[in-house]
Design a protein around this ligand. Structure first.
Ligand code: ADP
Ligand code: MG
Length: 359
């Protein structure tokens, strides 16, 4: 029979926005030693915005909006926070309908997207486009141009273009409705998977953004690197206090993310976590949880996304943030209804007190 203490504990939890599914969870949570946090949408708000675009072309001014149109068309088929950031940015900056017919769309979770686009309407004439750019603040930096476009800085980078790159650039400046373009956007692993070589300058430009805690993705058009787009997410207000309190109570706190290592470390530093597993594919998040368990360590996993679902199920206690995806909440043992990270501590404390009353 379920002891009344468990019923009381569950009730207290519910009253405080901590939805605990089942008596077992409440009885197990106090045995947990390690708390693993997902990054995007869990420690951060998960609503990144575009902050920087680097174009690997000689004349960015004619090129930027056409490239953005291709990128946004491709990303409008994805529901990833990065995709949303890019689509919102393009819509608000250029104030145009995103056109283009997308075929053979592929989305690889934890890596990126690709598709073939046709019927892309050229959005601006040459004159209109240079007028648009003149409105922006222009600075000269390292002989490239830097200008601000709706909050994000846009610059050009000389990749010491090969002749193939030059041919491609001049053809792309006139995006034609009757032509089709292979558009690919994602992280280093995604480019490698598609046999696209990343020039060292592009790699360097990504790493500068990553050191700031931003997430950088590359865009290739017809197999050639055309741009870097960087998005920045913000850390939740209570993230640092949550980690600090957990550590003070003797828990080991870990960050587990699909994002780049540098980005992950920069965010971990902001919230006070010093154990980081980065560049972990969604399918491998659960493996990391299992590794802890095989060492006899009981684990709580805190996450929000579809990509966290297997890890939430594998953990001794899976804790989902209600503001995240429904599927994460469905596969977790605990749902934080207020989406407040401090409730992770509340949940563990509730378990400890409940078990004390049973004994
Ligand atoms: P997290 O563990 O932080 O929630 P994900 O596993 O969802 O991250 O994604 C990992 C990485 O895969 C992203 O940081 C990004 O580099 C790349 N990625 C995934 N989806 C997309 C997309 N739609 N567009 C561009 N890049 C993407
Ligand atoms: Mg997430």
């Amino acid at each position: 029979a379920t002891p009344t203490a468990v019923m009381v504990g569950t009730g207290v939890g519910a009253k405080n926005g901590i939805l605990i599914k089942g008596a077992e969870t409440l009885e197990n949570a106090h045995k947990v030693k390690t708390i693993i946090f997902d990054k995007t949408g869990t420690l951060t708000h998960g609503a990144p915005v575009v902050t920087k675009i680097s174009l690997f072309v000689p004349d960015a001014t004619l090129f930027v909006e056409k490239l953005l149109c291709l990128v946004a068309s491709a990303e409008s088929n994805s529901e990833h926070p990065i995709a949303n950031a890019i689509v919102n940015y393009v819509k608000s900056t250029l104030d145009v309908e995103i056109t283009g017919k997308c075929e053979d769309f592929v989305s690889s979770s934890g890596m990126g997207v690709k598709c073939t686009l046709s019927h892309v309407q050229p959005m601006f004439s040459k004159a209109e486009s240079s007028a648009l750019v003149k409105e922006c603040k222009t600075l000269n930096l390292n002989n490239g141009k830097v200008f601000m476009l709706n909050g994000a800085s846009v610059d050009t980078v000389d990749l010491q273009c090969s002749s193939a790159q030059n041919d491609f650039n001049s053809s792309l400046i006139d995006v034609k409705a009757d032509q089709s373009y292979k558009v690919l956007i994602g992280n280093r692993a995604w480019l490698k998977h598609n046999n696209i070589t990343i020039p060292s300058v592009a790699d360097y430009i990504m790493s500068v953004e990553e050191d700031l805690g931003h997430t950088a993705v590359l865009c290739a058009i017809n197999g050639i690197i055309a741009a870097m787009l960087s998005v920045a997410d913000t850390v939740k207000d209570e993230a640092h206090l949550t980690v600090y309190t957990l550590k003070k109570k003797g828990y080991s706190v870990v960050l587990l993310t699909g994002d780049n290592k540098k980005t992950a470390v920069a965010v971990a530093r902001q919230v006070g976590i010093n154990k980081v597993f980065a560049e972990v594919l969604p399918s491998h998040k659960a493996t990391h949880v299992r590794n802890f368990q095989q060492e006899g360590i009981r684990v709580a996993m805190v996450g929000d996304g579809i990509n966290d679902t297997p890890a939430l199920a594998q953990a001794d206690v899976g804790i989902a943030i209600a503001s995240g995806t429904e599927i994460a909440s469905a596969s977790a043992d605990v749902v934080l209804m207020r989406s407040d990270l401090l409730d992770v501590i509340g949940c563990l404390e509730l378990s400890r007190k409940t078990v004390k009353r049973i004994r």
